[in-house]
Design a protein around this ligand. Structure first.
Ligand SMILES: Nc1ncnc2c1ncn2[C@@H]1O[C@H](COP(=O)(O)OP(=O)(O)O)[C@@H](O)[C@H]1O
Ligand SMILES: [Mg+2]
Length: 252
């Protein structure tokens, strides 16, 4: 098991105006899994991803990553853990425009002691797999949105983190660029045995993963595993669960 949560709760606001967003989430993620988190807009998907990835803190409960309870870590330790052991892909790419594609991808390495040949090898592998190797000297404003997102995915994978967290990674992409990215995430997941946790409101995107966790009213409502199903059948199962769940619509 790479990640386990025990009764995590997250409340925003003060005593007069409280919003209890997560009301006791328990989940276990195995190493090498590609998991999607779905749920209606406002159901707490981003909140959950942010506390799992230590961007934000839980109100109560425990998050254990590879045996370590990260909920008790001090800010500085947490920041180091985030930099060294986690990878992130956001909807808005978050690339630096003054750096080339390659420089953007190599950013996380500045904080890790990898030798140069090893860095180059890892860069070649990840950039080739994501289909952006030939773009390495270009700047973000000279490439497409899909290419930018694949660059940020490469940045998330380059330091071989324990877990990659992706919040609506296809939210700004057209369907072709989205399926291109997702297919590549799926391949990298299989090749490198990396663990991916992806928030999405899109059943097609979720159908690329191996398991979907649905949130409703601050709790885990249900879980679907792909098992031996084809991607198309899994997509149908996800759609069925979504329609029972209700209220799953376009993100604002
Ligand atoms: N920083 C915050 N302060 C107060 N309320 C918040 C904050 N972030 C999110 N919320 C509220 O928590 C709920 C869940 O938000 P979010 O996790 O972004 O949902 P989702 O990603 O599923 O759309 C929403 O009602 C939202 O308004
Ligand atoms: Mg969100």
């Amino acid at each position: 098991m790479i990640l386990e949560t025990k009764d995590i709760k997250k409340t925003y606001g003060n005593r007069l105006n409280r919003t209890e967003v997560l009301k006791g989430i328990d989940m276990s993620i195995e190493k090498g899994e590609f998991v999607s988190i779905m749920g209606a807009s406002g159901s707490g998907k981003t909140t959950l991803l942010n506390v799992l990835s230590s961007i934000d803190r839980v109100t109560s409960g425990h998050i254990i990553i590879e045996g370590q309870d990260i909920t008790g870590l001090k800010d500085k330790k947490l920041a180091n853990f985030r930099k060294n052991d986690l990878g992130f892909i956001f909807q808005e790419y978050n690339l630096l425009n003054t750096l080339t594609v390659k420089e953007n991808i190599l950013l996380p390495l500045s904080i890790r002691n990898m030798k140069k040949p090893e860095v180059e090898k890892q860069f070649e592998l990840v950039a080739s797999e994501l289909g952006i190797y030939d773009l390495q000297d270009k700047y973000p404003d000279a490439i497409s949105g899909g290419q930018m997102q694949r660059t940020s995915a490469a940045r998330a994978f380059i330091h071989q983190p324990k877990i990659i967290f992706a919040d609506e990674p296809t939210g700004a992409l057209d369907s072709k660029a989205a399926s291109n990215l997702l297919g590549k995430l799926q391949t990298l997941n299989e090749l490198s045995n990396s663990t991916i946790m992806m928030v999405t409101h899109d059943a097609t995107a979720a159908s690329y993963s191996g398991r979907v966790i649905f949130l409703k009213d601050g709790l885990v409502y249900s879980t679907l595993r792909r098992g031996e199903s084809s991607q198309e059948d899994f997509y149908k199962e996800i759609m069925n669960t979504q329609s029972v769940l209700g209220g799953v619509g376009v993100e604002s």
